[in-house]
Design a binder for this molecule. Structure first.
Ligand code: ADP
Ligand code: MN
Length: 247
């Protein structure tokens, strides 16, 4: 009883907080319960503002209970494109036999982003360190400083496109060696911080078991090559693809 009341108070406080009002339909009770659990476990101490409000998820700055910066990505259970999400889960041995309904898909998706971050980090790719996952809520390292999220590659002047390209190419190769294809790689999912490039948004990344992984990889190569070409680098999508898949 008392615990229920505490949760309700917590939820109502969050619902009233300015940064959660930006949301159209706000979150459901189960999402608030997940956040509440992360708060009780010390992963989240206080919320800052939203960094991004996207189609599937919102990303917030927050502090953990020791005052360290974290990023909190909250997926909407009512994501409009869950059909597409489901397709990205197909063939992935980690999610074999999951239920096909909206909720199950979004929860698996969040778990998948967490696992992909871990796997990418182990493969030597610079990604936000995954910290905790609870239902549709993912806590990870904030890329940026003192509550200030770093810009994406699309938002900065790229000083040395050749070098930056080589870094991205190496990341793609390492991911592939670890059995992963990002699937949405572009200047929008690369964050620039402290002279480093950081790969983000790996929820849709598929394993090489996925029927379309090769198509996704080719698309990633085209996006990356196009961007760096526009920056004046002498690169090409096919050469990039060959580099990534050669062992
Ligand atoms: P979406 O699916 O909405 O594109 P992303 O994971 O790409 O979700 O996050 C949206 C935006 O939030 C990114 O473009 C980036 O600016 C910011 N962002 C996401 N994760 C982090 C992080 N760990 N640190 C700093 N900024 C982040
Ligand atoms: Mn993104």
């Amino acid at each position: 009883r008392r615990r229920d009341r505490e949760f309700e108070q917590f939820r109502d406080r969050l619902k009233d907080a300015d940064q959660f009002k930006v949301l159209d339909g706000a979150f459901d009770d189960a999402t608030f319960a997940a956040i509440y659990k992360l708060v009780q476990d010390g992963y989240i101490g206080a919320f800052g503002g939203p960094i991004s409000t996207g189609k599937e998820a919102n990303v917030y700055e927050a502090l953990d209970d020791e005052g360290g910066d974290v990023a909190v990505k909250i997926y909407r259970i009512n994501a409009s494109n869950f059909q597409q999400m489901r397709e990205y889960l197909e063939g992935d041995p980690r999610f074999e036999g999951i239920r096909g309904d909206k909720k199950a898909v979004v929860l698996s998706w969040t778990q998948k982003e967490y696992s992909n971050l871990r796997r990418a980090a182990e493969a030597g790719v610079r990604v936000p360190e995954p910290i905790a996952v609870q239902r549709n809520v993912l806590v990870m390292e904030l890329i940026g400083q003192e509550g200030d999220a770093a810009p994406t590659l699309a938002d900065v002047d790229v000083e040395n496109p050749e070098t930056a390209f080589e870094v991205v190419r190496e990341y793609m190769r390492r991911l592939y060696d670890a059995g992963l294809v990002h699937g949405d790689l572009s200047e929008y999912n690369l964050v620039v911080y402290d002279g480093e490039l950081v790969v983000i948004d790996v929820g849709q990344a598929v394993t090489i078991h996925h029927n379309n992984h090769d198509e996704f990889l080719q698309r990633d190569c085209r996006n990356v090559a196009n961007f760096f070409e526009r920056q004046g680098a002498d690169v090409d999508a096919e050469a990039l693809y060959d580099y990534v898949i050669e062992n």
